[in-house]
Ligand binder design. Structure first.
Ligand SMILES: CCCCC/C=C\C/C=C\C/C=C\C/C=C\CCCC(=O)SCCNC(=O)CCNC(=O)[C@H](O)C(C)(C)COP(=O)(O)OP(=O)(O)OC[C@H]1O[C@@H](n2cnc3c(N)ncnc32)[C@H](O)[C@@H]1OP(=O)(O)O
Length: 225
C-alpha cells in the first residue's frame, strides 16, 4: 500500500527551466493527440486484414522507438523553482496522457473553474452517450481542482454524482464552484452540460489527509498540487 512517504517520492522538483518544460510540452503533447486519434481509429477503422496488419507493423516500430529511452512507473507531480506544476500523467488533465480528454481547466478570479472539452467515441457507455464513469472522472478532477484553487487541496473523500439526462458524446462544458470549507474538508459542486443543458451534477468532499495536515502544522506550507 502507498503511504505518505511514497506519495512524496512522486512529488518532485526536477529543476527544469520553464523553457525546457515548454520544449517538452511541444514535443510530447502532439504524441498524446496522435494516440487519441488512434484510439478513435481503433474503433472506427474499416480496414481489412492487410491494412490492419500493416498499421500494426508501424505501431510496433513506433513502440520500439519510444521504448529506447523511457522512465518506468507513474509520472507523479513534478514542479520547478518558478512554481510550474506538471501532472502530465493525470487521467483527466494529463498533457502526456491520451486517455485524458483532456480537460483544459480555466481558473477564474471569483473561484469558478470550468472547461470546454470533447468526449470522442472512445468514451462511449450507453450507445451514443458518454460512459457514466467518464463523467465521474471529469467531475472528480474538476471539483478537486476547484477545492485546490480555493486553497484547500485534498483527496476525494466522497463524490456524489446525479445523472440528470444522458450525456451526448461530443462537445461539452463542465463548471464548478467551491461551496464551503470546514476544517480539513472542502465542499465543491459542479455540472457537465451538453447542447440540451445540464446532464450531470456532482457534489464532492475533498479532504486534506492527516499527514498533510501534520505537514502544514510543521512547515506552514498550505498548498500542494
Ligand atoms: C506533498 C505531497 C502532495 C501529495 C498530494 C496529496 C493529495 C492530493 C491533493 C490535492 C490534489 C489536488 C487536485 C487534484 C484534483 C483532483 C484529482 C482527483 C482526486 C482523486 O482522484 S483522489 C483519489 C480518490 N480518493 C482516495 O483515494 C481517497 C482515499 N481515502 C483517504 O485517503 C482518506 O480516507 C481520506 C484522506 C479521505 C481521509 O483520511 P483522514 O485520515 O485524513 O481522515 P480523518 O479520519 O482524519 O477525517 C477527517 C475528516 O474527514 C471526514 N471524512 C473522512 N473520510 C471521509 C470520506 N470518505 N468522505 C467524507 N468525509 C470523510 C471525517 O469525518 C473527518 O471530518 P471531521 O473533521 O468533521 O470530523
Amino acid at each position: 500500500m502507498m503511504d505518505s512517504l511514497d506519495t512524496f517520492r512522486l512529488y518532485v522538483n526536477d529543476g527544469l527551466s520553464d523553457e525546457e518544460i515548454a520544449a517538452q510540452a511541444a514535443r510530447y503533447q502532439p504524441l498524446a493527440q496522435d494516440l487519441r486519434d488512434l484510439i478513435v481509429l481503433s474503433i472506427q477503422s474499416r480496414g481489412g486484414d492487410d491494412d490492419i496488419l500493416a498499421a500494426r507493423k508501424h505501431l510496433s516500430d513506433a513502440k520500439s522507438i519510444l521504448e529506447r529511452d523511457r522512465e518506468t512507473g507513474p509520472y507523479g507531480t513534478r514542479f520547478n523553482d518558478s512554481g510550474t506544476f506538471r501532472t502530465w500523467g493525470n487521467a483527466a488533465i494529463g498533457l502526456r496522457n491520451p486517455i485524458a480528454p483532456p480537460l483544459d481547466l480555466q481558473f477564474e478570479d471569483d473561484g469558478r473553474v470550468w472547461a470546454d472539452f470533447h468526449l470522442h467515441a472512445g468514451y462511449e457507455g450507453p450507445a451514443g452517450f458518454a460512459h457514466g464513469g467518464v463523467s465521474a472522472l471529469v467531475l472528480d478532477q474538476l471539483l478537486g481542482d476547484t477545492a485546490r484553487h480555493a486553497g484547500a487541496p485534498g483527496m476525494t473523500g466522497t463524490l456524489t454524482v446525479k445523472y440528470r439526462q444522458p450525456t451526448p458524446l461530443g462537445d461539452l462544458r463542465c463548471e464548478a464552484l467551491l461551496d464551503r470549507i470546514e476544517g480539513a474538508k472542502a465542499f465543491a459542486m459542479g455540472t457537465i452540460s451538453g447542447p440540451d443543458g445540464v446532464c450531470v451534477e456532482a457534489e464532492g468532499v475533498f479532504i486534506a489527509p492527516k499527514w498533510m495536515r501534520e505537514q502544514r502544522e510543521h512547515t506552514g506550507v498550505q498548498g500542494v498540487q
